[in-house]
Ligand binder design. Structure first.
Ligand SMILES: [Zn+2]
Length: 386
């Protein structure tokens, strides 16, 4: 062991006579050997390095390979404990904190995450998928997209492809065997014709439906428009920016989730502008379609809602009614099939969080790894947790 002001080097010597290939094969023969260092968890202010003369062996199956060591993953330059700590941290805190605390470059964090995801993700995750949802996210403006496929039954992300076209979604189906494709019964999505075409081609017998998350987004956007027109066009409302943002949040929130402050703000807005009042009521009635209406009654309820929205005299809602009418069948199919907005909403909010923590916006590759790590069902434990 050698200690300097800033580092500790621990030299390891082998006891075992045989070297192990990552595949499990062991041999006493050595092809060659060379010293290697692994960064380990810090000891106070000191960076700790494990130093070991690593052997290469000739495996009958794998060829010439570096031997397996118990303290690190194959090809890693950091110990397993160091890597696991990094993985645990990146799912909980921002990028700058991780690289400051661990004293390593951001590049290093990315490569640890990417390699761990390759090693830890469930390779049978495309098996046993019955009800899937697909969505696109823009990860860098203006035109960089990822297509994300999730499992409604587990809430996990099972596949991520670059782009958002028909090919991107097809790529997922092409990874599945014919038997696995045959098991898919439901595909939920936004209104994208590209996704629809891919699903029609690869799983023609699966039922397609509209994701409640996206439909509610349409409704809320129409409501937003009516609200902002109250200030800029009809001039019935004057509000300071912070108040304005609070009111918009209150309008968007479900009636059952409003606080006292929200409620009084909402009353003020609705009293000042009757169109906002009507729009808000229509939004709440639409929400009830997913929350309160019995599936057997959904078609009738939706038809009545469309009629009412069409005749309410508010342009944003007349247009919305038209959009919803076109998709009415797929909207009701989601209700009948019990598709909630939980999966896609979960994916969207988690990805917003990943971006906010500074892990987004870089390469598609590193963002994909972060999404899998956070949403792909990978269990990350600190070295001290058992
Ligand atoms: Zn081998």
């Amino acid at each position: 062991m050698s200690i300097t002001d800033s580092s500790v080097e621990v030299v390891l010597r082998r006891r075992a006579r045989r070297s192990k290939c990552p595949c499990g094969y062991t041999t006493a023969a050595s092809y060659d050997q060379a010293p290697r260092r692994w960064r380990h968890l810090d000891f106070g202010r000191h960076k700790v390095w494990l130093v070991y003369s690593i052997h290469r062996i000739e495996c009958p199956t794998c060829g010439v390979r570096t031997e397996d060591v118990p303290w690190a993953r194959p090809r890693a330059r950091h110990t397993r404990d160091f890597e696991d700590t990094v993985l645990w941290l990146v799912t909980r805190t921002d990028r700058t904190s991780v690289s400051t605390l661990m004293r390593c470059a951001w590049r290093t964090v990315t490569s640890i995450v990417t390699r761990a995801v390759d090693a830890l993700i469930d390779s049978r995750r495309l098996d046993r998928l019955y009800r899937i949802g697909v969505d696109e996210i823009c990860y860098r403006h203006p035109h960089k997209y990822l297509t994300i496929v999730g499992d409604h039954d587990t809430g996990k992300v099972v596949y991520i492809a670059e782009g958002r076209g028909r090919e991107s979604f097809s790529e997922f189906f092409e990874q599945q065997s014919a038997r696995e494709r045959g098991a898919v019964q439901v595909v939920s999505m936004d209104g994208s014709p590209a996704f629809r075409a891919a699903a029609e081609h690869h799983v023609p017998r699966a039922r397609q439906c509209m994701d409640p998350f996206h439909v509610m987004q349409w409704v809320n956007r129409a409501l937003d428009r009516v609200f902002s027109d109250a200030a800029s066009v009809r001039r019935t409302l004057t509000m300071q920016a912070p108040q304005w943002r609070k009111a918009r949040t209150a309008l968007r929130l479900g009636k059952n989730r409003l606080t006292k402050t929200h409620k009084s703000l909402l009353r003020t807005v609705i009293n000042a502008d009757t169109e906002v009042g009507t729009a808000w009521r229509l939004k709440e009635q639409f929400r009830d379609l997913y929350r309160k209406v019995a599936p057997s009654n959904a078609v009738r309820y939706l038809r009545r809602w469309i009629e009412e929205a069409r005749s309410c005299g508010i342009i944003a809602f007349v247009q919305l009614a038209r959009m919803i009418e076109k998709k009415a069948e797929a909207i009701c199919a989601a209700i009948e099939l019990g598709i909630s907005n939980a999966l896609i909403e979960g994916i969207n909010s988690k990805i917003r969080l990943i971006n906010a923590r500074g892990y987004g916006h870089h390469s598609a590759e590193s963002l994909k790894a972060m999404i899998y790590l956070n949403l792909g069902g990978i269990e990350v434990k600190l070295p001290t947790q058992t």
